[in-house]
Design a protein around this ligand. Structure first.
Ligand SMILES: [Zn+2]
Ligand SMILES: [Zn+2]
Length: 221
């Protein structure tokens, strides 16, 4: 793609997601870095804005919408009709835009990877620890929403999506799972219900880790 076309696309994307993706009004460059958020297949604007807002508020990174692409066919696992997350990550490694430091893909499809003895384990997200790539799926965070009105359930889904994005991006910055209960880096241990007792924040130990790693810019304690 020519640089001009990419600029035009980005312009359109910024207009679409004006609030979450907007630059700070005073134009100050206080971001920790730039994350490209790449939809794999159609993803609704609300989900994209939720993820962008989460990364911005938790890590102080700028999030820019990247061009949408189809999921890579090589990642399709036919027996379960799921998409293998580790194959998506490898595919994404070649797709970090020149203007971005890291990339996060988002899809509505079900993603999976191998976990212990289970070859195909359905997951919410997967990230390269301290690496450039991650992928998250909106599917599983929208399940098991419990009782409540449609509006309450939708709020719960958005809260989980917020935490999922912050969790996977934390891995991309080098954070491992955290033993602190309620920390956004707590191990989900295979259930979306873990998200429901998350504080939505990094604990002090995780914040200290990031500061030592040099990712302190834009971090809010
Ligand atoms: Zn994790
Ligand atoms: Zn922690």
């Amino acid at each position: 793609m020519t640089p001009t076309r990419r600029l035009v696309l980005l312009g359109a994307a910024l207009l679409l997601c004006a609030e979450a993706f907007a630059e700070s009004p005073d134009g100050e460059e206080t971001y920790g870095g730039t994350l490209a958020l790449k939809p794999l297949g159609k993803v609704d604007t609300e989900a994209l804005e939720t993820v962008a807002a989460s990364i911005k508020s938790t890590y102080g990174w700028k999030v820019v919408l990247d061009e949408e692409e189809a999921l890579p066919q090589a990642a399709f696992y036919k027996p379960r009709k799921r998409w293998r997350a580790e194959i998506i990550l490898t595919w994404l490694t070649e797709r970090v835009p020149s203007w971005a430091d890291k990339i996060m893909a988002i899809t509505k499809k079900d993603i999976s990877t191998t976990k212990g003895a289970v070859f195909d384990w359905g997951i919410c997200g997967l990230a390269d620890i301290d690496g450039p790539t991650s992928v998250i799926s909106t599917l599983r965070v929208g399940r098991k929403l419990g009782k409540g009105t449609a509006k309450q359930k939708h709020q719960k889904y958005l809260q989980r999506l917020t935490d999922l994005a912050a969790h996977e991006f934390g891995h991309q910055l080098g954070l491992d799972h955290c033993p602190q209960k309620g920390c956004v880096m707590e191990d989900a241990k295979g259930t979306v219900l873990t998200f429901d007792h998350s504080t939505g924040k990094l604990c002090d130990d995780c914040v200290d880790f990031l500061i030592k790693k040099g990712w302190g810019d834009g971090l809010k304690k």
